[in-house]
Ligand binder design. Structure first.
Ligand SMILES: [Fe+2]
Ligand SMILES: [Fe+2]
Length: 139
């Protein structure tokens, strides 16, 4: 049992839009679940199940952000969408590898990569839409 979560949401991660903060919290929870299952040496089925949730929820969340971009004519839409597409490809490819057992990196490295990507994306990329969405009346 570990007392410290692998990832933790804090105010610095807020993008000032309630629904999108809620999505990010949910994604962090799924990454924590993945980490816990890796630590517990869970069965492949359990790992697959968590990854399935991750794949679904990243799609839901990316679509959610992109809807707001379209609605508000966010100028940085194309480059932001490209980052989402790259991550989607990585998630789907990793999920495929996980299922077929050909994962080149230990699962923990997969969890660490996800954590880094998510933090980096929220702080470095999502943060940029904050002012624009708020100015467009989206909180
Ligand atoms: Fe996001
Ligand atoms: Fe994003």
């Amino acid at each position: 049992m570990n007392l410290m979560p692998f990832m933790d949401w804090n105010d610095q991660l807020s993008v000032s839009v309630e629904a999108l903060d809620a999505d990010h919290k949910q994604l962090i929870e799924i990454v924590n679940e993945l980490y816990d299952r890796i630590l517990d040496n869970s069965t492949r089925d359990l790992l697959d199940g968590t990854f399935e949730r991750l794949a679904k929820y990243t799609q839901i969340h990316f679509a959610h952000e992109e809807e707001f971009f379209e609605l508000t004519h966010y100028p940085d839409t194309d480059s932001h969408r490209r980052k989402h597409e790259e991550m989607t490809s990585w998630v789907l490819e990793t999920q495929r590898k996980l299922k077929s057992g050909e994962l080149p990196a230990p699962p923990m490295q997969v969890a660490l990569y996800l954590k880094q990507w998510l933090l980096h994306h929220i702080i470095g990329t999502d943060n940029k839409y904050k002012a624009h969405l708020n100015e467009s009346g989206i909180y």
